[in-house]
Write a protein that binds this ligand. Structure first.
Ligand SMILES: [Fe+2]
Ligand SMILES: [Fe+2]
Length: 214
């Protein structure tokens, strides 16, 4: 499999794609969100740190549940390291600013997405569902990081978030590729569309809050 997230040229093309259609997302983030997010950097960085931790945990869980899927293990093992590295970067940013890592909150957005997960299929079908949920979270995170990279006042955080945006765009692509590897391509595409529509509804009904990434 092509490890697109490691190739500069390919990443550039994903990011261009992200700019054009924001990875297929049906509803752009409310323009007020980035302004609200910078009101408390401690709150948003704390929430971001836990998003990275959860991304690492999700990859570990996939490896634990599907150790027989060699391509999946091969591709996700380094992502665990990368996501945990992201957690450490965000934590370092908090430290540098004299801010504290707060407590983890209830993740309303992810919980809502999990309600859409179809758990009735066979083992491979359930894997595809999980991979598409991961892809969706990566896509929305990428879109949110882009908002921060464009609109946050702090110049250092602009670059900081640009780098996260590029990285999560690569992860999004990888999860879609893995879903297509373990599922029927046409069925995956149809299901992905349904997920995108569902996610837009979730976003539409969620309160715009500056203390959370989603
Ligand atoms: Fe990450
Ligand atoms: Fe990621």
């Amino acid at each position: 499999m092509n490890k697109g997230f490691e190739s500069g040229t390919m990443i550039k093309s994903y990011v261009q794609e992200a700019h054009k259609q924001v990875l297929g997302l049906q509803l752009p983030t409310d323009p007020r969100w980035a302004d609200l997010a910078q009101i408390s950097l401690e709150a948003i960085l704390t929430d971001h740190a836990y998003c990275e931790q959860k991304a690492a945990t999700a990859c570990i869980s996939l490896i634990q549940s599907y150790p027989d899927k060699e391509e999946l293990v091969k591709e996700l093992a380094p992502i665990v390291t990368e996501e945990w590295g992201h957690f450490r970067l965000v934590w370092a940013e908090l430290q540098k600013r004299g801010l504290k890592l707060g407590r983890q909150r209830k993740d309303e957005y992810v919980n809502k997405l999990l309600q859409f997960e179809n758990k009735t299929g066979d083992r491979d079908a359930r894997l595809v569902e999980k991979l598409l949920i991961c892809a969706l979270i990566e896509a929305r995170s990428c879109e949110r990081f882009r908002q921060l990279s464009l609109h946050i006042d702090d110049e250092h955080l602009k670059t900081f978030y640009h780098q996260f945006m590029v990285s999560e765009a690569g992860h999004y692509k990888l999860f879609i590729e893995l879903a297509t590897l373990y599922g029927d391509e046409k069925a995956v595409r149809t299901r992905w569309k349904a997920f995108l529509e569902y996610e837009a509804e979730v976003m539409r009904h969620m309160e715009v809050r500056g203390d959370r990434m989603h």
